[in-house]
Design a protein. Structure first.
Lengths: 338, 398
């Protein structure tokens, strides 16, 4: 079944006679009237439909921000759930316009895979989730452990590197579907589950009894999670990039979805430029001058989407940490909007 | 009238058929044109794909084979670590696929034959039980069965620390089945050699017995004698070398069992799912094959006083096999191909390793073509062997 899907994707690559490429994603998206976005589909807090079937998550809201910038309507998105193995092929083949699926930016993916990564929407690092009853305190205590891991991920490579560096042994259990992998882990098939720390928090929150599990303090890698587009499509990448940056800039300027209408009356030239009261930014991107206003009004600024999906008041209970603004000790930083 | 005129004129002008109207030449031209078109299409697809990949600056070619894979593989028949190359990782995947397909085919054929015969049993209960099994297993999709068996392994069995020990030295837990194996001893080498020699001897014994039976009509107790040779000789060797019986007993060290032989839940679930599913189909094939032999044959065999076992072995099976072998081959191929569903339950078969490789290198086209080549190779190999066997058992008319 998965093989079939993969074959299909390859067949699509074959069939695409150079139509959808070379800077034309923007035009084709405008003509279609919606953005086709690859998302996780099974990761609470990042991309998963809620019980009413409405998509929720940080990655989902990032995609909505792009739609809001393009069409002034965050609903003009079609979400395609993809597994970690399918995601890049789907993007390469033109099956999706944008990938917002907690993908780590790496040199290899940026070059050999023919992708381009936009602004990071979550700075993450890899950790380990273990059952408390194993009484393990640090990752160094995992020698000889069976490790549940998703295939085709950076984490799959990092964990091999980590165990190799520390001269420890491991046995991976590699299952493609998030749901199946989590089930195997909760049933005790593995001693630990390794993934990005944010993902572990999400998995823990859906455990039969979350208090039976803990995330080890060790973070063994850098995982900048960013939206990705096809390489060589610069205008499209700019739009995605600045849609994310706009949410960060808005937080810095103190603009939220609640006060954005008042802010339109602001006399601060920076705010005026940002919200399109003073025109220029929209034209430069090939969008309406209201693009940033639409993002903030309809989706929210970065702080809002963070707190809504993964923040301390959600089951994930994640602190801002690295993802705070640069002013607050984090590394979220936006270039000037002018 | 018109017709005869026509035939006359063609008869006269036999040498003068215009070049393009000659049916022979026409058919050749059509074939050449078709081949050219297929070739052009292939060329178009190839260059077009290549161009697209270049435009998107996606790496192409098989250069990645020599690069370090840097991912671990759960189980492997050869020693493998993340420091090895992609080539070796892929080879590990191929071996795992062979392992599950080979063992799976062997068990499936035995189980399927047994079920097929049971289905025809005159015992009402046996026959109905076999029927129910066949109907149920055939009708549930294999993927669902795999999920079922996999969750059976990890949901029902306890963790390693509370592992079940039904027989001493055998542990069942959600990490799989671990059992004690004899520790390696130099005598085993000789035992293997003697075993092979025994097989060869049994082969010649069979030839000789057949000849003797044809000449004198005396039946030699072949089965008993060959079993004695094949199993007895290694046993004697073992006794003579001091009967080494030290066992490598698995022990719970740290997280998992160390030592012994381990069958992982992934492998177990995959094997069980494939075997139980395919055996249902094989059973139907065996039943059909046996029913294809006309009843008169059985009656004739009974009339000349053969025992039921002899009737099955000497009269029915040789004829039934001719009907059974071709569809059985396609079931074997099915089993091999279905083993690619291993991805779903985390067994590192070839497809699973390739999909990880594709994801790390981004080279989907190379990966998929490797999958196609490998499965094609396995399938052709199986077909070749089965066709040879089919020819061998085909009815020789005298």
């Amino acid at each position: 079944m998965r093989l079939f899907k993969l074959c299909l994707v390859v067949a699509i690559v074959f069939a695409m006679s150079g139509v959808a490429f070379a800077g034309q994603t923007f035009d084709s998206v405008k003509a279609k009237g919606f953005v086709q976005v690859g998302v996780n589909g099974d990761l609470f807090g990042f991309g998963k439909p809620d019980e009413k079937g409405v998509w929720r998550g940080l990655d989902v809201d990032t995609a909505r921000a792009v739609a809001a910038a393009l069409f002034g309507d965050p609903g003009k998105v079609k979400f395609i759930p993809l597994t970690s193995v399918q995601r890049f092929t789907a993007l390469q083949a033109g099956e999706i316009d944008l990938l917002c699926r907690n993908a780590t930016q790496t040199l290899g993916r940026d070059t050999e895979l023919g992708l381009d990564f936009a602004q990071v929407n979550y700075y993450d690092g890899q950790g380990f989730l273990v059952p408390k009853k194993l009484k393990i305190k640090t990752a160094k205590g995992l020698d000889g452990a069976t490790v549940c891991v998703l295939p085709g991920t950076t984490t799959e490579l990092n964990v091999a590197d980590y165990f190799r560096t520390n001269k420890m042994k491991m046995k991976p259990v590699v299952i493609e579907s998030n749901a199946e992998l989590n089930k195997a882990f909760f049933a005790g098939r593995c001693d630990c589950l390794t993934s990005d720390a944010s993902q572990l928090a999400a998995v823990r929150s859906v455990a039969p009894n979350p208090d039976d599990y803990m995330i080890l303090p060790d973070i063994i890698s850098k995982e900048p999670l960013a939206p990705a587009v096809r390489h060589g499509d610069n205008q499209w990448k700019d739009i995605v990039n600045y849609s994310v940056l706009a949410m960060i800039e808005a937080e810095e300027l103190g603009i939220t979805s609640k006060n954005v209408d008042e802010m339109l009356k602001s006399t601060n030239p920076v705010v005026m430029r940002f919200l399109g009261v003073t025109s220029g930014n929209g034209k430069a991107l090939g969008l309406s001058e209201k693009w940033a206003y639409n993002i903030i009004k309809l989706v929210g600024n970065y702080s809002e989407i963070f707190e809504r999906n993964v923040g301390v008041n959600t089951p994930l209970k994640l602190e801002r940490g690295l993802n705070a603004l640069w002013k607050d000790g984090g590394i979220m930083y936006s270039p000037p909007f002018k | 009238m018109q017709k005869s005129n026509n035939s006359n004129s063609t008869g006269n002008a036999e040498q003068k058929i215009p070049f393009l109207n000659d049916p022979k030449i026409r058919s050749i031209i059509y074939q050449i044109v078709t081949i050219c078109m297929v070739g052009l299409l292939g060329y178009y697809l190839f260059t077009n794909t290549f161009e697209n990949l270049q435009r998107q600056s996606i790496a192409t070619g098989f250069g990645f084979i020599d690069k370090e894979a840097s991912f671990e593989i759960g189980e492997s028949l050869i020693s493998y670590s993340s420091a090895d190359t992609y080539g070796k990782a892929l080879f590990v995947g191929v071996l795992n696929t062979i392992k599950v397909a080979f063992i799976g085919i062997l068990i499936t054929v035995v189980l399927g034959t047994f079920l097929g015969i049971a289905r025809l049993s005159t015992n009402w209960l046996v026959s109905k039980l076999a029927a129910v099994y066949i109907e149920v297993m055939q009708d549930i999709p294999i993927l669902l069965q795999l999920f079922f068996w996999y969750s059976f392994f990890y949901d029902i069995l306890p963790s390693p620390r509370g592992a079940l020990e039904p027989v001493k030295g055998v542990f069942m837990s959600n990490r799989g089945l671990v059992f004690a194996v004899p520790e390696w001893h130099p005598a085993f080498k000789y035992m293997i050699a003697v075993f092979i020699a025994g097989c060869v001897a049994a082969y010649f014994l069979r030839k000789w017995a057949k000849k003797r039976q044809e000449k004198t009509g005396q039946i030699f107790p072949l089965f008993l004698c060959s079993t004695a040779i094949i199993l007895g000789l290694p046993l004697v060797t073992w006794l003579f070398s001091g009967a080494p019986h030290k066992m490598n007993v698995p022990e719970l060290i740290g997280f998992n069992f160390q030592g012994g032989l381990n069958m992982s839940p992934e492998f177990g679930a995959l094997l069980l799912g494939l075997v139980l599913y395919t055996a249902a189909f094989v059973a139907e094939i065996v039943r059909a094959g046996i029913q294809a032999v006309s009843k008169g044959q059985t009656e004739a065999a009974m009339a000349i006083g053969l025992k039921p076992g002899q009737i099955l072995n000497l009269v029915i099976l040789p004829q039934a096999l001719r009907v059974i072998i071709p569809p059985l081959t396609s079931q074997m191929l099915n089993l091999t191909k279905n083993s690619s569903l291993a991805v779903a339950i985390g067994f590192p078969d070839f497809v699973s390793v390739v999909s990880t490789t594709i994801n790390q290198t981004g080279q989907a086209i190379e990966g998929i073509s490797m999958i196609m080549v490998v499965y094609l190779f396995f399938s052709l190999l199986t077909s070749l062997f089965m066709n040879w066997y089919n020819k061998k058992i085909a009815l020789v008319e005298r």
